[in-house]
Structures are given as C-alpha cells and as structure tokens.
Design a protein around this ligand. Structure first.
Ligand code: PMT
Length: 404
C-alpha cells in the first residue's frame, strides 16, 4: 500500500513527520510531497530520511535539472501509483486550490490527477478556518467525497484560542487507514439502504410526513459505494440528489417502501434502515380535496407496516441495521428496539438535540450491538456513515467466526 502525504505550509508541518512514522509502522509506504511554503517550516531532508523516499518539492523538480519529460509527468505517475492522498497539515490555500481545481504546484496537480481517496487535515488560524470562504471550500470538498479530519480547538500558534489546531496524529492516521480500505472492505457486498421520509396521503394535495432530508441515508449510500459495495437505495421524496452509482428506487408511502424493500431483500447482504417511516397513515385517503368547514376535523389513522420488524422475519442471512430517532431515554429505548425488532445493530440519535439528526448536515449517534455501544460524537453525516460501516465490518467478522 502506498500513500502520498502532502505537507503544506503551516507551523503544524513538523507534526507530519510523526504521521509518516505511524503510517510506516502499519506497513504503508509514504511518498511525501511538500509545498514551497511547507519547506519554510521543515526541511525535505527530515521526510526523506524518515520515509526512505525522495521528497517531491515542486512540479518540475523531480530530481532532474533542467527538468525533463520524466519530471514533467511525475504527478501522473504518482497519481496512478498511490492508494490514497493525505494532506496534513492542509492550509486554507490548499483547501481553496483543491476546491477550485487550481493546478499550479505538484500537490494541487496531483489532487486533480488522482482517482484515489483523498483525506485532508486542515490547520490554520481560527478566523481563517471559520471564514465563509474556507467553510465553503470545505463543503465543496466534502460533497466531492474528500474526508475532512476536522481541526481541534485550543491554543493556536498565532496566540488565539479556537478551532484550527491540526487534529491528533491518531485521528489523521485513522482517517488515512479508512481511506486506504475504502475500495476494499465492502467489495462483494450488496447494501440495501432506505433513506428520507415517507408521505402518507390525506387527500390529493395533502399528506403526513416528517423532517427527514435523506442526508444520513445518502451519506451511507455514498460511503458504502466508495468502500466497494453495490448499493440499492430505496428513498422517500427528498430535495437532494442520490449518489450516481446507487441503484435507486423512489417511493412515497410506508406501504411502497415496504414492498420495495421486501422485493430487493434477496439481493442484499446488508440492510440499513435509515428512513424515517411514518408509523401511522390516514385510514382512508380522500379521493377529493377535503373541504374546509367551520368545525374541528378528525383524521382517522391506522398503523403502517413495521418494515424493519418484517425484514427481520423475512431475512435469510443478511445483517439488519436499524436507526432509532429518540427524544427521551435514548439508549434505553434504542435497546428495546434492537431486541424487539431482532436487529444486528441499531444506530440511535437524540433528535431533540439542536443541529443534528433531522434535516441537518451533522449527527451524533451511538451504535448499539448486542455486545457494545460505540459512541460517535457530533460530526458530519459522512463521518457517522463511515463509523456505521466500520461497525458493520466488525459484525461481519464476528458472524464469519461464529459460522466457521
Ligand atoms: O434524513 P436526515 O435528515 O439525514 O435525518 C436522519 C434521520 C434523523 C432520519 C436518521 O438518522 C434516523 O434517525 N432515522 C430513523 C428514523 C425513524 O423512523 O426512527 P424510529 O425510531 O421511528 O424507527 C426505528 C426504525 O424502524 C428505523 O430504522 C425505521 O426506518 C424503522 N421503521 C419505522 C416505522 C415503520 N413503519 N417501519 C420501519 O421500518
């Protein structure tokens, strides 16, 4: 396995030396690329000595003077040879170059030329990190599938206090390892994912629904695809675009979702039920638009089918993962659902918390299996999706041991 480690110019550049060592300890070859600015903070010799490889310091300097054809196309050769590109620390400048597709040094050119997964660990002054321009660039990269190892908070080299400190080396290496495994650990798996809300018809123009945006389910679909899975995505109506490579079935009601999921179940090896399915629907939808009257109006509701419970009964040897949206006794209620619906795991979020869960970019969850509770503190839905997939990998390994 080979990783390209881009080091850009910030005071945290020296920490990248330890990242090289930690990656090498795991048997990963590291090709270091330094920007011009990084070389002001730490010398290429340090990285060359640690990595045992020549350090690339600019687009036309691949060892030849004057530059020749080999050096001019080295970014393509490196782009094809690596299994992941990690940039730590990543400056605001590099984030902007990556986001805008500029290619005026080796690192930014490599970013455009490689199809390997990309991880960036930003580090900068708190105002620079929080600036709308930087945050917009981060968002562009995140949407493109770049993993962001979020900076921590604390005292910064500039003397200010706040977010902008390079994440811990352990977090950076964990993200890099995850990216390296990205194309492998779900290959051969077919993951059936449900996402978004359902709509339960009241009359031709009105329906009962909820605030699910589909983001959590789509993030899982995207992450599973990137980790090599075939993804069957059954989605309620959303305003966002599903990942291009997912095989999408659009549904509206709980009944339609139930039918689609049962139909696709035999093809799946893993099911993840992220959708926020209505628990009740109008007993009979009115054929005509219901007229306003002066008095109160009652809506007669009946329960929808519990898709997840049905799946657990119909399953062969699929792993079934549920989600739980709770507002009180969060873990206790989720444990009850884990048992009642005979699930292999349940991912619970406290949807009474502001800024996470329904219709938000972020989430904070606990992944409960029968043996453990893995807490994922507030982060992006993309990161939550990765943690959920990691837990599924563990469950798969355990199931393989048990059946061996
Ligand atoms: O879509 P986002 O805006 O990104 O928001 C994500 C989310 C908050 C919707 C997601 O993280 C989440 O919590 N999804 C589960 C929502 C939910 O319906 O939870 P629940 O506790 O009511 O249901 C438990 C499980 O049973 C869920 O897996 C649900 O899909 C399933 N269920 C529920 C009712 C039903 N009739 N059939 C089901 O299969």
């Amino acid at each position: 396995m080979k990783i390209a480690l881009g080091v850009s110019g910030g005071i945290a550049a020296y920490k990248a030396a330890e990242v090289v060592r930690l990656l090498q300890e795991r048997g990963i070859r590291v090709q270091v690329i330094m920007t011009q600015a990084a070389q002001e903070f730490i010398r290429p010799l340090t990285f060359a000595t640690l990595s045992g490889e020549k350090v690339i310091t600019d687009l036309f300097s691949a060892g030849a003077e004057p530059p020749n054809i080999d050096s001019a196309v080295e970014h393509i050769a490196v782009a094809q040879a690596i299994d992941a590109l990690l940039v730590a620390p990543t400056t605001a400048d590099i984030l902007a170059k990556f986001a805008q597709g500029l290619a005026n040094d080796f690192l930014s050119t490599l970013y455009l030329a490689t199809t390997a997964p990309v991880v960036v660990a930003p580090a900068m002054n708190v105002n620079m990190w929080e600036h709308a321009a930087t945050q917009a660039n981060v968002e562009i990269l995140r949407k493109r599938g770049v993993r962001i190892v979020e900076p921590g908070e604390g005292y910064l080299a500039c003397g200010m206090v706040g977010a902008g400190r390079l994440a811990s080396n352990e977090a950076i290496v964990a993200a890099a390892l995850e990216a390296l495994g990205a194309s492998q650990d779900f290959s051969g798996e077919t993951v059936l994912i449900t996402a978004g809300p359902t709509r339960e018809k009241i009359d031709p123009v009105r329906y009962l629904t909820n605030r699910s945006s589909g983001r959590m389910g789509y993030a899982l679909a995207e992450a599973a695809l990137r980790r090599g899975a075939r993804v069957l995505l059954v989605t309620g109506p959303t305003a966002i675009t599903p990942p291009g490579a997912a095989e999408v079935t659009q549904v509206e009601s709980a009944q339609e979702m139930h039918k689609a999921v049962l139909q696709l179940l035999p093809e799946a090896s893993i099911v993840i039920k992220t959708a926020a399915v209505a628990d009740y629907r109008p007993k009979a939808a009115s054929v005509q638009k219901i007229k306003r009257t002066t008095g109160p109006m009652n809506l007669d509701l009946e329960p929808t089918p519990d898709i997840l419970a049905g799946l657990s009964r119909a399953k062969q040897n699929q792993l079934i993962i549920g989600f739980a949206a709770e507002t009180e006794n969060v873990l206790e209620n989720a444990r009850k659902k884990l048992a009642a619906k005979s699930l292999d795991a349940i991912v619970v979020n406290d949807v009474s918390r502001k800024g996470i869960g329904f219709d938000s970019e972020r989430n904070a969850v606990t992944i409960l299996t029968r043996d453990e509770a893995v807490e994922v503190p507030e982060t992006t839905k993309w990161e939550v999706a990765q943690r959920v997939l990691d837990s599924i990998v563990k469950l798969k390994k355990r199931a393989a041991i048990e059946t061996a």
